[in-house]
Design a protein around this ligand. Sequence first.
Ligand code: AMP
Length: 282
Amino acid sequence: MQTHTTIASLRSTLDRARAGGARVGLVPTMGFLHAGHVSLLERAVADNDVAAATLFVNPLQFGAGEDLAAYPRDLPRDAALVAAAGVDHLFTPTVEEMYPTPVLTSVSVAGITERFEGASRPTHFAGVATVVAKLFAIAGPCRAYFGEKDFQQVAVVRRMAADLSLPVEVVACPTVREPDGLALSSRNVYLTAEERAAAPVLHRALSAGAAAVTAGERSASVVRDLMRDLIAAEPLAQLDYVDVVDAATLAPVEPLVGALRLLAAARFGKARLLDNLGVLAE
Ligand code: AMP
């Protein structure tokens, strides 16, 4: 595996690979990798001739008072995991390399960014869309792999790539979970033992919501209340939002019909955790 710290190095390497006929797979991450990230890396390796991972804790997507400084980092361990997955190129730029001058350009996606994560973190998705647009510009034509764990993020990135005609195919990959249902997240390290024991309530609530829909419940508010009550019964969980929406547009649906997504976010002590689940109302 080759490690690149400059934009010019990654760009010229991937340009050369494509010139030789290679298909390129790209996996953007903020590092502190876990099995969820590794599933994306392995998919990128399996589907493409050349795979590249990027590891960059992007300051633009953290709000004031969020965990930018505390965000967990372990570059040697991450590099070993990326290499073990069979990835050919690792891009680890500094903040100065990515943003040598104050950033005056911001990519903002309207509509789908306004609710859920966007409501709780008003500058977050502009930060994500800006860095991902930049990584796509650096990597060039490729397939890019994102986790469904951050469901709204995939929708934003997909829409941004389509609206800007970027030559990137966005591929969404399933959420990797702990045996008790907790979605893997770099932020799970913030959990105390008690909070870790409480955190699977998010997945339990979403599963109960999905089961209700499958059993025939067609009222969004009934499903929402059911999930909210389950999370409220866990004293260590501070609910941020829970909802059931159209899976393609993230818009409200009432009565429930078609491909739906159940979404939840809650704080457990220092950790703010997200989860989601798909269900079909036929
Ligand atoms: P992050 O480093 O948290 O920005 O995540 C990098 C990528 O890994 C994003 O596309 C995430 O959605 C994805 N990801 C994070 N957690 C998981 C998980 N548990 N399963 C699958 N993909 C994940």
